[in-house]
Design a protein around this ligand. Structure first.
Ligand code: S3P
Length: 164
């Protein structure tokens, strides 16, 4: 079974994936890292400046397709994978379960204030409207929803482990 973590930037997908990998002794696929490897970019800003958001999305589709037959992994996705249903369709093969890490915008904004890594989190009003635009998509694609506000990474990982 593949465990696919989805959710907005700053929801804790990467740290939860690490903890879950440790708990369940399963390897992790970190999609953002694979995008950087594939595009030979040092960071997401370089990806965006070279090919715009489209370059990121094309690579996300290609990576998901490559891992479609890989089972027993934890996948930490980039927050925008819900924009292309095909990414989730591929990731859910051969047997995958999506877990939506649901953080309030307040929690996210507190965590990401001053973040310079994320091209799509450059200012609060724009990030907030992106958050509200995407929220129904995370809900739609979630097999399971975990509320993450005021919980530690350990608590969240244990909660997910129980559902598997
Ligand atoms: C993005 C989220 C980022 C990364 C890229 C675009 C998005 O991943 O894929 O900067 O579209 O929200 P994280 O969710 O790991 O921050």
């Amino acid at each position: 079974m593949k465990i696919i973590l989805i959710g907005f930037m700053g929801a804790g997908k990467s740290s939860t994936a690490k903890m879950l990998g440790h708990l369940l002794r399963m390897p992790i696929i970190e999609m953002d890292d694979l995008v950087l490897q594939k595009t030979h970019a040092r960071n997401m800003h370089e990806v965006f400046s070279r090919g715009g958001e489209l370059l990121l999305r094309e690579n996300e589709i290609a990576i998901a397709q490559e891992y479609a037959s890989t089972d027993n992994h934890i996948v930490s996705t980039g927050a925008g994978v819900v924009l292309n249903k095909i990414v989730l369709d591929y990731l859910k093969m051969p047997s995958g379960k999506t877990i939506f890490l649901n953080a309030s915008f307040q929690t996210i904004a507190e965590r990401l204030v001053g973040d310079t890594e994320r091209p799509l989190f450059q200012n609060i009003p724009e990030a907030k409207s992106l958050y509200h635009f995407r929220l129904p998509l995370y809900m739609k694609y979630a097999d399971h929803i975990v509320e993450v506000d005021n919980k530690s990474v350990e608590e969240i990982a244990h909660e997910i482990a129980k559902t598997t």
